[in-house]
Design a binder for this molecule. Structure first.
Ligand code: MN
Length: 131
């Protein structure tokens, strides 16, 4: 995947924490991705009516509908089921990893974000088969 192609890739971030949203967006923008920012599940659903991102970075703890509920909803819909969904989670509980995959997420990135590894994590996740 060369830089020219990456510039066209859209990634949506659903994250209610403004500092995390800013950090993740800035890291991805530095790598040339086009970013769609959403503060909650509702705004993500509205945005997805007119956008088709390659990947969604999904905070799990969101006000209102949480990230796992939103993931289930998107994976149950033919229009959105092929979007790669990556959970952003601190894995506070041992069972959290299981819940993330049960909900239909294709992968995860643990919080706090490791800024040195983030770029490589995203590259690898973009190549993961959506199966
Ligand atoms: Mn949150």
């Amino acid at each position: 995947m060369n830089l020219h192609m990456e510039q066209k890739i859209q990634i949506m971030i659903v994250e209610d924490n403004p500092m995390n949203l800013k950090l993740v967006s800035e890291l991805l923008e530095m790598d040339g991705f086009h970013i769609l920012k959403c503060h909650d599940a509702e705004s993500a659903l509205v945005s997805l009516k007119t956008t088709n991102p390659e990947m969604i970075l999904m905070d799990v703890a969101l006000p209102g509908m949480d990230g796992l509920e939103l993931t289930k909803k998107l994976k149950a819909n033919n229009e959105t089921k092929n979007i790669k969904i990556i959970a952003l989670t601190a894995f506070a509980m041992k069972t959290d990893k299981e819940k993330v995959f049960d909900a239909g997420c294709n992968g995860y990135i643990t919080k706090p974000i490791d800024t040195r590894k983030f770029s490589e994590q995203i590259r690898e996740l973009l190549n993961v088969n959506n199966g």
